[in-house]
Design a protein around this ligand. Structure first.
Ligand code: PMP
Length: 433
């Protein structure tokens, strides 16, 4: 019999032969993981890892009620959403009830990329326009439209050279290391507004402004106060729509807010949702107003064979039940607050930590070589992640410089797990890497 390590290596080799190269895997020599429980993953060698990156599974792994609900539904009926069954209506009603007025109308899809793509099509159809304004360093998905507005070079080194001409990107509103820092971050919003006005003046008024409502792909960074209010006002003034990508920030991850846009004190026109909504079961949605959704017909056709299927709708309902019964949003606030305080204390002792970003369980620990120049500690971040794996923690770098620990664990993370992460990170930073 081969060892678990040899088996894991052989599996990666087969994977590298059969899957497209671009479909990457974590780590050079990843453990083989076939099971999970809550915020833990279990290797086939019996080792248990703490999963600190899995923002797709707010309920955690192996959730029995979700598994039972979906398997019961698969035994009963699974079909497309043109049939008349209860779960798709119940899930749509519950999702819409979580959104503020006038967001009361739902389209159901299977993923974040599809949700963003559809959100863009909704805006194009509602306005009859074709230009879109996004922000630099963003990731919104892999489909044609969602990829077009994705400008992060972490995911695609050629991103900036290959965007279609209908995409216009404003500076990444990053108050920590963007072009405007600290108090100067107040300049991002008027600059973005001026860009929108400039496009309108040049005869290409945008159909939409799209952004994450909390800057996840730059490392869990809050947008400057008032940023979305000012940019949304500018795009609406020119007749366009405000699209919020809540694929990562939404669904309680921020703790005090269910939606990221609440943290900014705004209500978007179109919201893209996925990831957490199905806890890993394919489920995404676009939420908008009845009036905007009605205008979709002017140019659009929409039907998704599996979007809103009985099984995925039941998954969505089971996830919302678990959020309520297991107080996951409250846990994100409580354990996330504790985790953040402990990471901040760590930052006082380890100069590699340039900043601790984020809210709730949407955090980013940014590593720098120099606190004045903010030179990104990219290689160090990779080495720390490798060492964390050896010590039982799954963690990955994020951001355009790959120098931020992507701290987005399942929302069921308990205090002991949060402490284990901080204590282990403390050990790694003390040992050196
Ligand atoms: N938007 C954001 C902000 C995301 O982080 C992601 C996924 N990382 C997507 C959209 C795309 O979602 P999916 O992978 O489900 O297609």
């Amino acid at each position: 019999a081969t060892s678990p390590a040899a088996d894991a290596a052989a599996l990666v080799a087969r994977r590298d032969r059969s899957l497209a190269e671009v479909q990457e895997h974590y780590y050079d020599a990843p453990p083989r993981i076939e099971r999970g429980w809550r915020e833990h993953l279990v290797g086939t060698d019996g080792r248990v890892f703490l999963d600190m990156v899995n923002n797709v599974t707010p309920l955690g792994h192996g959730h029995p009620k979700l598994a039972d609900a979906v398997s019961r539904q698969l035994r009963r009926l699974n079909t497309n959403s043109r049939f008349n069954y209860g779960a798709v209506v119940e899930f749509s009603e519950r999702l819409a009830s979580l959104a503020p007025d006038p967001l009361d109308t739902v389209f159901l899809v299977n993923s974040g990329s599809e949700a963003v793509d559809l959100a863009l099509r909704v805006a194009l159809a509602a306005t009859g326009r074709r230009d879109v304004v996004g922000v630099l360093e963003a990731y919104h998905g892999w489909t044609y439209g969602s990829d077009a507005v994705s400008t992060s070079i972490a995911d695609n080194p050629n991103a900036l050279a290959t965007r279609p001409d209908w995409v216009h990107a404003v500076d990444a509103p990053n108050p920590f290391r963007g072009v405007h820092r600290g108090a100067d971050a107040a300049r991002y919003a008027p600059e973005a507004a001026a860009r929108i006005q400039g496009l309108a003046a040049s005869g290409r008024p945008p159909a939409a402004f799209i952004a994450e409502t909390f800057f996840g792909n730059a490392g869990g960074i809050p947008l400057p106060d008032g940023y979305l209010a000012e940019v949304y006002a500018a795009v609406r003034e020119s007749g366009g729509l405000a699209i919020a990508d809540e694929v990562q920030a939404g669904y309680g991850r921020l703790g005090h807010w269910f939606w990221g846009f609440e943290q900014q004190g705004v209500v978007p026109d179109v919201v893209a949702v996925a990831k957490a909504a199905g806890n890993g079961y394919p489920l995404g949605a676009v939420i908008t107003s009845r009036e905007i959704a009605a205008r979709f017909r002017s140019q659009g056709y929409f039907f998704s064979s599996t979007g809103g299927s009985p099984a995925s709708s039941v998954a969505g309902l089971a996830v919302l039940d678990a959020f309520r019964d297991e107080r996951l949003q409250e846990n994100a606030a409580e354990v996330g607050g504790h985790l953040r305080r402990r990471l901040e204390e760590l930052a006082t002792r380890h100069p590699l930590i340039g900043a601790v970003h984020g809210l709730g369980l949407y955090l980013g620990v940014e590593f720098v070589r120099d606190h004045a120049t903010l030179e990104p500690a990219t290689e160090e971040t990779a080495a720390v992640c490798d060492r964390l794996l050896e010590l039982g923690i799954v963690m990955q770098p994020t951001g355009d410089h790959q120098n931020v620990l992507k701290t987005k664990p399942p929302l069921c993370l308990d205090r002991a797990s949060a402490d284990f992460f901080v204590d282990t990170l403390d050990r790694v930073l003390t040992e050196g890497w």
